[in-house]
Write a protein that binds this ligand. Structure first.
Ligand code: GSH
Length: 219
């Protein structure tokens, strides 16, 4: 039996929660086995329940340990990598955890209006006050990135779980446009989505053939 953690994920094109721990593991250079379950199929729930008590993805399985929440998975991955999943400074760790938690629990309008759909180019969605408010706050968070610093160009210097939390949002802006983002935030989106590890996920998303109609929004 493999000693590597197993990450169970959904469709790479649509499953933003699956992407977050996966990309963090790549940046931490942790080897994972990956098992994909196709979302929104008659067998999804029963297959997901074989791995996770929540019946959802992602779930990380390592030996007897089962972790069914993305943010707890990222904490665990960080512990496997000598805490490199968060900034080294206590103040920055608090700030990074705060924006990660804000992403995990908030931005309802942004998530509802802009479903992650990596393959879809150039979709347009009508702006609403709630969406504009979420975009403005995301822009403020992304503006703090250390862009231009070759060694550490991410939100808190070196890549951390906060960057992983915001990668699906970056893909959403690539799909639905950068409307409402400052130039600095838009530059972060370009950098995050062009990252070679993110590009690996994108290539696998493009290789998927299934389409989830309810996620195909915009024109
Ligand atoms: N709070 C969970 C959310 C997980 C979640 O909603 N996953 C979606 C896929 S992205 C899912 O499993 N949906 C299927 C379902 O709810 O039946 C986390 O952070 O991991």
């Amino acid at each position: 039996m493999s000693d590597r953690p197993l990450l169970v994920i959904g469709n790479r094109n649509y499953s933003s929660w699956s992407l977050r721990p996966w990309i963090l593991a790549q940046h931490l250079e942790l080897a994972l086995d990956v098992h994909r379950i196709e979302l929104d199929t008659p067998n999804f729930r029963s297959e997901a329940l074989r791995h996770s008590p929540t019946g959802r993805v992602p779930v990380l399985i390592h030996g007897d340990l089962v972790i069914p929440e993305s943010i707890a998975i990222m904490e665990y991955l960080s512990e496997l990598a000598e805490a490199r999943g968060w900034p080294a400074s206590r103040v920055q760790r608090a700030e990074a955890r705060s924006v990660a938690a804000e992403m995990h629990g908030g931005f309802a309008a942004l998530r509802a209006s802009y479903p992650m759909n990596i393959r879809a180019p150039q979709r347009r969605i009508a702006m609403t006050p709630a969406l504009a408010k979420d975009i403005s706050r995301v822009s403020e968070i992304l503006e703090r990135a250390n862009l231009g610093h070759d060694e550490a160009p991410w939100l808190f210097g070196r890549y951390c779980a906060a960057d992983a939390m915001f990668l699906p949002v970056a893909f959403r802006f690539k799909t639905y446009g950068m409307n409402g983002l400052s130039a600095e935030a838009a530059a972060y989106v370009e950098q995050a989505t062009a990252d070679p590890r993110a590009a690996e996920w994108v290539a696998m998303a493009h290789a998927e053939v299934e389409t989830l109609e309810q996620e195909e929004v915009g024109c």
